[in-house]
Design a protein around this ligand. Structure first.
Ligand SMILES: [Fe+2]
Length: 313
């Protein structure tokens, strides 16, 4: 058992602070610090997205060229949990203490990760349930139409890794994460808790073994917020990579956008919730497992219809 409870902070090294500030403000995060060389946003749960200039001397080394994620901080719910976790990794991984007193280590990809008493607090919001046949859960309550999204939490982070087996040993054997599902030889979904949402770390190895960020996912209240949030974000002028759509693995609804901080960001809702009874599945990756369905270029925020690709003739 890892003793960690989730993602507390992700630090980006970005090319243009102003563009990235606008991006994450439009995304729906709350700006809590705005200085020339550091901008801090938070989710409703008070998990943080931090922006730094990519050439800042005090940033951990990048794992790829260009703007990208430079550091990932995991939180534990109590000092006791944190102490137990740190005692559990003692002697298994090489740690160091940063200028802020936080214990950190470096994963096999070269990504700096840290551990702290969590900043997260339960958010005072609730999604609305659906009304499945024979089980009305939303009674006398219309489903909302969201004007925009306000992300509740940092759901998961996804990296391309150069050595999947080294990461399995590091995160599963040494740090005590639990594998939720896996594509043998290609990737695994893992969670730092036994009971909780489907994954908060997904690692993928591609044939070229290239390292880098794939995406950072933000948990929303419900599917309606994914739809309303995605339409609003498109209206702000940001480009869809893929979505809306649905992942069969994790069951969640998603909408991906290109991120100026590197990789993609994802609006995400209605993922599976698992306990220690969950049996990890092994399967071959396929486009159908990634997306049961998806809209390729997003929704046009004016017509509220699928964006139509311009076809050259
Ligand atoms: Fe995701």
């Amino acid at each position: 058992m890892s003793g960690l409870s989730g993602l507390d902070r992700v630090v980006y090294g970005v090319e243009d602070m102003a563009t990235s500030r606008k991006f994450f403000a439009d995304w729906g995060l709350t700006l809590i610090r705005d200085e020339e060389d550091i901008i801090v946003f938070e989710t409703l749960e008070k998990a943080q997205v931090v922006l730094r200039p990519m050439n800042a001397a005090d940033l951990p080394a990048p794992i790829e060229d260009g703007p990208t994620i430079r550091e990932v901080i995991w939180g534990a719910d109590s000092q006791e949990d944190l102490d137990r976790f740190l005692a559990g990794i003692d002697g298994k991984v090489e740690t160091f203490i940063g200028h802020d007193g936080m214990v950190r280590t470096i994963d096999p990809n070269g990504m700096t990760i840290g551990f702290q008493l969590t900043l997260r607090r339960d958010a005072d919001v609730k999604g609305v349930p659906s009304n499945p046949y024979g089980m009305p859960l939303r009674v006398d309550l219309p489903a909302p139409v969201y004007e925009r999204a306000i992300p509740t939490r940092l759901a998961h982070v996804v990296f391309f890794v150069s050595d999947l087996e080294a990461h399995r040993e590091f995160y599963i054997e040494k740090l005590g994460f639990n594998i939720t599902d896996e594509y043998p030889g290609r990737g695994f979904f893992s969670r730092c808790v036994k009971e909780g949402t489907h994954h908060n770390l997904f690692l993928l190895e591609t044939p070229d073994k290239k390292k880098g960020v794939n995406h950072l996912s933000f948990g929303l209240r419900d599917i309606y917020e994914v739809m309303g949030g995605g339409i609003h974000f498109a209206k702000c002028g940001w480009d869809t990579q893929l979505g809306p759509g649905r992942h069969p693995i994790s069951s969640a609804f998603f909408w991906y956008f290109f991120c100026p901080g590197g990789g993609l960001v994802e609006y995400y809702a209605d993922e599976d919730y698992l306990t220690e009874k969950w049996q990890a599945r092994k399967m071959a990756p396929s486009p159908e497992k990634y997306a049961e369905w998806a809209v390729a270029d997003g929704i046009d925020p004016v017509t509220r219809r699928q964006k139509l690709r311009k076809v050259k003739v």
